[in-house]
Design a binder for this molecule. Structure first.
Ligand SMILES: *[C@@H]1O[C@H](CO)[C@@H](O)[C@H](O)[C@H]1NC(C)=O
Ligand SMILES: *[C@@H]1O[C@H](CO)[C@@H](O)[C@H](O)[C@H]1NC(C)=O
Ligand SMILES: *[C@@H]1O[C@H](CO)[C@@H](O)[C@H](O)[C@H]1NC(C)=O
Length: 462
């Protein structure tokens, strides 16, 4: 091969490396209106994602990913952890069934054991806590016995593994998991040269305390700095503070070198009325600034670890309409389910902020104050509404007396009207216990009082 040809090949391979980003995207599938895996992977590739993370080891998806250059992160579901920890044969089988068939062609890089396991504070959860690191070790043995070396084993954790996060230098792990789970896990991650996978969302601490945390600081737009009195380090954004609190917590246990991966981060593009700051403007601003930081060369790192790259996965590819909980849960998507972008986003980080078209002006950056009702959604199916209505009326402490013939809310007699009354009643009664205005997508919040002269709908005051 002559010199010109070699140069040409180098240029070619360089340009194909340059073509996609090192930014990853979480591909969750909790929706009943999502594009096919084939189309979804086409979309990921078109967006120039560099990595994709899935929440299981779906064989169809892994097969399709063999035709791409995407680096892939797969997951062992929580309910399989204890079996794998108890019996090496089950671990071996998992690797034989879920890795071996794809490993040659699909670029599997991370194998995650469970998802936010240490956030489940129940009896069943505690069993998983106990089994987590043994399961990670069993899977490692299984990979070794198949001579598979290129896959790192980890487990994504949420920020609630920390007891203290602020200031970052005070970061410490929760005492109920520190010695029993975290310490053996750090030992394993260190021995295997793997990563601490953290799900880090500045949106959550900010939205819980928007009065005291500056929104621009959470969106990487702060033009001021704050100093950690313990370490003397200077912070310019909330994400760095969160990441460094993990780094300080690990250092206190004697592990100061384990690298981080951000297994999830992002910002919701919409949410319920009381969910301040969930909007397209903030979501686009957060993700654009995040991508610019994480794709800068040489890497920026964090104040505690300048210059160290942090592989980052944005949550999430699509809005997922079957997730329960508050409205934001269903609105983390970069794409609508028809494949069009919720907002323009360059995953390579090359597009400068000034090149993007203007974003819609945010309307809910200041907390809403007032009454909110929960009513039947437009277009909700009548049969489903009727079932939800009977269910809600059957719950202890709920009364649907007002809907009986002759009583104040009976007229007008329609499933929609009765359902709206019951949803408002139920939500007003149980919101403080964590109930949301969702009812499997049958209900929506409204600030317009649906009450009639004869019939007052209960409301929630926010
Ligand atoms: C471990 O799992 C294998 C395969 O599922 C099973 O045949 C074996 O009996 C199990 N061993 C124990 C000790 O449970
Ligand atoms: C920077 O902060 C100052 C003072 O809080 C503010 O007036 C100004 O608008 C900010 N500039 C930018 C670019 O955010
Ligand atoms: C029902 O009300 C009683 C008395 O107010 C209370 O003790 C109980 O916890 C309530 N039950 C539910 C399911 O909210």
């Amino acid at each position: 091969m002559d010199f010109v040809a070699i140069v040409f090949i180098c240029l070619l391979s360089l340009s194909s490396v340059e073509a996609s980003s090192n930014i990853g995207v979480n591909y969750g599938v909790l929706g009943n209106n999502l594009p096919s895996p084939y189309r979804s992977i086409e979309l990921l590739t078109a967006m120039k994602a560099g990595r994709v993370k899935i929440y299981d080891a779906n064989p169809d998806i892994l097969r399709l990913l063999a035709t791409t250059n995407l680096k892939v992160s797969i997951m062992i579901p929580n309910h399989e952890i204890s079996g794998i920890a108890a019996n090496q044969s089950i671990a071996d089988e998992w690797v034989r069934n879920n890795i071996l068939p794809y490993y040659e062609k699909t670029l599997i890089r991370y194998l995650l054991v469970g998802n936010e396991v240490l956030s489940y504070n129940t009896e069943q959860g505690h069993r998983m806590w106990h089994d987590l690191v043994p399961a990670m070790r069993s899977i490692k043995r299984a990979l070794n016995s198949q001579n598979i070396r290129g896959i790192k084993i980890g487990t994504p954790l949420a920020m609630d593994v920390l007891q203290t996060t602020f200031p970052p230098s005070s970061g410490t792990f929760r005492s109920d998991i520190r010695d029993s789970v975290i310490l053996p896990m750090l030992k394993f991650l260190d021995e295997t040269n793997s990563f601490f996978f953290i799900d880090a969302y500045p949106y959550f601490p900010w939205s819980q305390d928007p009065k005291n945390i500056n929104l621009d600081f959470a969106l990487f737009r702060g033009n001021y700095t704050t100093q950690d009195p313990g370490s003397g380090l200077i912070y310019r954004n909330l994400l760095d503070q969160m990441l460094d609190s993990i780094i300080f917590a690990m250092s206190k246990l004697g592990y100061s070198n384990i690298k981080l991966v951000i297994s999830e981060t992002g910002w919701p593009n919409s949410g319920d009325i009381e969910e301040t700051g969930a909007n397209i403007f903030n979501a686009a601003t957060y993700n654009r600034n995040l991508i610019q930081r994480m794709t800068t060369k040489p890497p920026i790192g964090t104040p505690a670890r300048p210059g160290v790259p942090i592989p980052t996965f944005i949550f999430s590819l699509f809005d997922e309409n079957q997730k329960s909980g508050p409205g934001t849960e269903r609105h983390w998507g970069l794409l609508h389910t028809d494949g069009t972008p919720v907002y323009d986003l360059d995953l390579t980080g090359k597009k400068s902020m000034t090149e993007y078209a203007p974003l819609p002006v945010p309307k809910n950056n200041v907390p809403y104050k007032g009454k909110v009702w929960c009513v039947a959604a437009n277009g909700a199916n009548e049969m489903e509404l009727s079932a939800a209505l009977s269910y809600a009326c059957s719950v202890a402490n709920m009364t649907c007396e007002a809907l009986s013939p002759g009583n104040e809310c009976y007229e007008p007699v329609s499933v929609r009207n009765h359902a709206s009354y019951v949803f408002s009643t139920y939500w007003a009664k149980f919101k403080s216990n964590g109930a949301t205005c969702f009812f499997n997508g049958l209900a929506v919040e409204t600030t317009r009082d649906p009450s009639r002269a004869s019939c007052k709908f209960p409301s929630v005051t926010i």
